[in-house]
Design a protein around this ligand. Structure first.
Ligand SMILES: [Mg+2]
Length: 266
């Protein structure tokens, strides 16, 4: 991971699409600062396609797509994207699986939930679980005291033994049934809504993140950026981002926005 300050302006100039994780990438210690929100807004106003790609639930994503200065949002680690069409005043929703499939998977996830809560002391059902359509989120760091890494691994192992996928963010273990992740749904969104095939997308996107659940994105996009706090997870990452910001979380994200905007001006 090279310092973001070493990213050549010429490379920054090729960016048209900003894909970004939310928790601990745009937010800082659980809060959306004015600095980070303004960075999103400045990018959006300047004409960048801005798309948060998050593990957060459908309920939150409805709000984000509707009210934030963004072009769309990918939620629940790729289970769907939402895009609010401001002209037509319509929320466009695209899900990876059918409602029936999500419902069938729900029963299997409930069995995993029982096992995790009975087996791993100190974790909890994520407080935003009620607003999810596709995944099960186990809190190990948001509203509970942080669990040791070995306990987080035990939660992941329970999901995987049941045949589910599991990804670790900075606050939750998210698990689901289905062959998707942040990357696969981002690809669908970029192709279907923005008309970018994979080759075009690879060259137009910068991805910003902070955790292991961002790894498929770090691997896929040559221009990827970790905010400084990714250092804490670096040992868990086989695929690290190409660049790292000096600032943590939202301050690091603002640093990236500044660089992209400067590259456009100069
Ligand atoms: Mg994160």
């Amino acid at each position: 991971m090279r310092p973001l300050s070493q990213l050549p302006l010429e490379a920054a100039r090729s960016v048209r699409v900003v894909l970004t994780d939310i928790d601990d990438t745009v937010t800082s210690e659980g809060m959306l600062t004015a600095e980070a929100y303004a960075a999103l807004e400045r990018l959006h106003r300047a004409g960048f396609i801005v798309i948060p790609v998050t593990g957060r639930p459908a309920g939150w994503c409805d709000h984000i797509a509707r009210m934030w200065p963004v072009d769309a949002v990918v939620g629940e680690n790729g289970a769907f994207f939402f895009r609010y069409d401001r002209k037509q005043r319509k929320m466009r929703q695209r899900f990876w699986a059918s409602p029936e499939e999500f419902k069938r998977n729900r029963a299997r996830l409930e069995a995993i939930e029982k096992e995790v809560l009975a087996t791993v002391p100190g974790c909890a059902l994520a407080s935003d679980q009620a607003y999810r359509v596709a995944d099960l989120a186990i809190d190990f760091c948001e509203d509970v005291p942080a669990l040791p890494e070995a306990e987080v691994d035990r939660i992941v192992a329970i999901f995987e033994r049941a045949g589910a996928q599991a990804k670790v963010s900075s606050i939750h273990v998210n698990g689901w049934f289905g062959d998707y992740n942040k990357l696969s749904m981002a690809k669908v969104l970029l192709a279907e809504v923005f008309g970018l095939d994979w080759e075009q997308a690879r060259n137009a996107v910068v991805y910003a993140g902070d955790s292991p659940n961002d790894e498929p994105m770090f691997e896929a996009f040559p221009l990827s950026v970790g905010v400084a706090n990714i250092q804490a997870f670096a040992h868990r990452l086989a695929h690290k981002p190409a660049y790292i910001t000096a600032g943590h979380s939202g301050t690091g994200f603002a640093e990236l926005a500044d660089l992209l905007l400067r590259a456009r001006r100069e």
